[in-house]
Every structure is written in C-alpha cells, then in structure tokens.
Design a protein around this ligand. Sequence first.
Ligand code: AGP
Length: 585
Amino acid sequence: MCGIFGYIGKKNHAAEIVLDGLKKLEYRGYDSWGIAVKKGTTIKRERHVGKIGAAKTKLPVSNLGLGHTRWATHGGVTIGNAHPHVDCANTLCLVHNGIVENFRPLKEKLVKKHKFLSETDTEVALHLIESKAQKQPVARALRVAFNQVTGMNAFIVLNAKKDELLAVKNGSPLVIGVGKGENFIASDLWALLDHTNRVIFLEDGQLAQISAGQVKLFDAASGKALKPQVKRLDWQAQQSRLGRFHHFMEKEIYDQPKILDDLSRLSPGTIASVTRLIKKADKTFLLGCGTASYAALFGEYLLNFSGYDAQAIVGSEFQKFARLLTPKQAFLMLSQSGETIDVVDAVNLAKKKKMRVVGITNVLGSTLYRKSDLKILLGAGQEVAVASTKAFTAKLAILTQLAYQLNGNLDEAKKLIAQAARATQGLLSGKVRADIKKLATKIKDEDDIFAVGRLTSFPIALETALKIKEVSYAHAEGYAGGELKHGPIALIDQGTPCIVIAPKDQSLTDSLSAAHELKARGGLIIGISPQNDPVFDVHFKVPDLKEASAIPAAVIAQLLAYDIAVARGLNPDKPRNLAKSVTVR
Ligand code: AGP
C-alpha cells in the first residue's frame, strides 16, 4: 500500500534522495505522492496526483526530507489529500500508512482549534500530535497521540524545529537504514539497499527518534528507552532491473526456471524440520491471501493426499477459526511480501494460541519472517509486478517437497521440481510462446473467460482467473470442474474461452468430461494437458510431472494473462486499484 521514505544526514539534496526512494517504492501501487523538506524551521512540500514517472523535484536544498506514495483509503485521490500533511504552524509534517479508526471523535474535538485542509484520517493524527506538542517535546507528543489512536498505523513525523525524524508503528512495516552521518527510514527494505545494509526493523509499539548521527528507540507505551538492534544484511538483495524485458511481470515469469531449479536443491534439513512439525501436529492450517491463498489450497490437497489433516484458510477469514486453534496444531503462513496485514494478524493470533508458525515468504526480515518459528524463504528475488507470478510457483515447489517428504519421497519431489524448471524453460520460447501470444490476440476482446480444474488443478484454475482479471481487467472465473453443472455452465456462450487444466491424474477423465460439457454449450476449449484430445480447440502440451504438473500449467496461465493485458494496451505491472502489499484491513 502506501510507501514511505525519509532521509536525515550530511547530504543537502534530501528531496532528490527521497524522490529516488519513492521511485523504488512505486511497485507497491499508489495514486498520488508528495515530498516535504525542512527549510529553516519550516516545511516546504510538493504534492501530486498520478505517477511519479520521470518527475524531478524543485524543492530547496535540505538535509532532512520525507516522502510518501499514497493509496487512498480516507478521502479521494486529490492533491489536498496527498501526504505529507503539515500542522498549523508549518513546522511538523506527517506521512502515514494505515487507518486511524477513531478519527471521527478525535476530529470533532480538534476541529475547534486546528485548521483542517484535507479529508484524511492522517491529518487528524497530525493535529492530535500538534496539540500534544504544545506542552511537551514532539517525540513525547507523538507517543501520547499514538497511544490515543486506534487501528494499525505507521506514523513518521518530520520535526523542522529540531532536525529529527520520529517514527512509531503498530502493524505497518517500517525499517530504519543506518548510515554514516546519515540515516534513512522506509516502509520497505528494498528501498534502502542502495544506501546501506545496516538496518533496524521497527517492531510494533516502538518509537524511533532519528537524527543524522543517532537512532534512539523507545517503548511507545511506557516511554522506556530500548537498545536498538542493528542488523547487518549479509545477503545480496539486489533491486530488480528490467533488462531486456518490457515489463516486470514478463521478466518475473521468465525468472521462474532458475528459481525452480534452485528450489529443487533446497536443503533437505529445512524441509525436514517443517515436516517433523506437521507429523507431530493434530492438524495443519495453511493460510495466505489472494494468490498465496491458492498456493495454500494447493498445499491442503497435497497434505491431505499424503495422509495429513490440513486445511487452507483465506487470510481475511481466519477469525472464524480463532476458537478452534490449539497449540497442537501447526500453522503454515504463505506470503510473498511477509507483510500482508491479514497474514500478520493471523500470525499474532497463532502465537497467542501457542501454535508453532512456519513462515513461507520471499522477504528476509519481513514481519512474517521475523515472527515465524520456522522459516522457508522462497528465494525468488524481488517481485516488482503487482501480480504475483514467480512467488506463486516457488510456493508450489516448496509445498510439493513438503508433501512428498511426509511420505519419505523427497528425492522424487526434487526431481519433479527440476523437471518442472526445465518444462517451464521450454514454454518461454519457440512455438508455445508464439501460440500463447496468438491465443491472447484472438481472445483479447472477450469479456468473460473461465478456467476449470479438479483436485490440485482447482487452485491453479482459481489462480489463472485471478491473474487474468488482475492485469487485463477481463472478467475471469475459476471453478472446480465438477461444479460447472451446479450453475456456472449457464454462463457459457458461443466462443466463450474456457481454460481446462487436465493433468494426467485421477481427475483426467472427469476434466475431459467437463471440457465436453463446455464445448457442447459453444465454449472455446483451451486445454493444458500432457496429451491432446479432440475436445480441445487449442492445446498446450505440458509434461506429466504428477503434482508438479501444476507448475508449468500456472506458467502458461501467467503468460496468457500477461499477453492479454499487453494486447489490450494495458500496463500489466501496475494494474488499476491494486497495491503490491496489502498492509491495511
Ligand atoms: C497476486 O497477484 C495479488 N496481487 C495478490 O493476490 C497477492 O497475492 C496477495 O495480496 C498476497 O500477497 P502476499 O503474498 O505478499 O501476502
């Protein structure tokens, strides 16, 4: 969601440093942006609606600056609602990620003495801080105000009177980058990597007071000083570059063979520690949101097939299980970013229930990573495109290994994943690639597209539909093949594209029957299957890789979604209304 970047230090081009930081956060999704710098003891700022693009800043030289990319929640997408917001005296400015849930009663009190210039909940928090700062230092005022607001929030204040940045958070991620004679703060680790590899992850309920030469940390509830834990990142986390590709989504689809090949060599020890936990547990829950929830569903099927009681949960619905959770159950949390609020909420609840949590995430140091008892990194490299691709297949590869290891067959799973890597490579060039593009051009103007699959192909059908709708805005639905007759088949008309995922498993005959039923109603049948069948109007051949057949099938779906978006003249990297990381409820 919103991106935050702040700088304080020896350099006097803070505005440019902040603008550069915001550009690195663009991938998170936003609709407006702004930067503020300290000038004397006051604030100068600029705010804009739309994308940063090639924007340059005209703000004055300064050694202290703060910026924000906004994804609107409270108040429309306007310059007036864009952050940073300034207080009445123009000496404090605030950027914010989250939602101040009690903004209404707070505003009713503040409105008598403060001038409100926007419709945002952020400005309410700012004037609250301002009012508290009349009788005490701003750091303490922020602490008192923070304890008064409800909701999950990250606040960063620029105090022009004292040359300091102040940050406090509850829920939304914030990382401080520690430099020499300069410090940084960002909502996202990736944005800091060009500047420093020494970081402090701000934990919930901590407040940081950041000057050019020092970071002081406090407990936000009590005000007690805490010792900052500076972590040196010893890993090569490179900011992703587009290279020869047109879009990050395309690049990330093409990254997959290498990632899958690497995952086929994932340490057996890592897999074994998680399977030991699953074996001991009465039941295993798998949880994720969006694409990750479909990976969780895939995991549910695989674990059940291996003889273990497993259940997938959509992150935003996890509360319905709250009373059923016990320390004897295991929790596998799947999240590319490791910051999705519903996942973080679920981890917190699971920890309260004394459950052991396994975090399967792509981001080292993310909230999920830090809070999990056992961790598996996807190792997919930075995923920039809003639509998740490589993180999805990486999760499938890991879940396949976990399921096979439960029955002592890890070596077979590793072979299958290595074969899936090669099969994926084969899809990315030559005839198959050309055929997918041709199909995309043919169906690009269709309003409705359907994807069906049974058993482990059902989550792939759901993901196929999600990918198509996210980036092309075509209406797409995924169904379990057996459900068609119970309603959805009424939607099939002459030429309606129907993607049928039909691996060579126990569901093959039924999947082909579903294809026939769709065809009989006029559907254009696009088969993804190891063998061709007369029912298919278009056939994409994938090898028979048992459960790992899901991987090349998912890659074909990703390519098709990408090609439809491009054929429709859309930018698949930045779909409308979507953010990369959903950090508010
Ligand atoms: C994927 O294409 C989506 N943009 C979205 O569904 C995403 O998978 C979801 O928000 C979960 O994100 P996470 O994996 O970072 O937790």
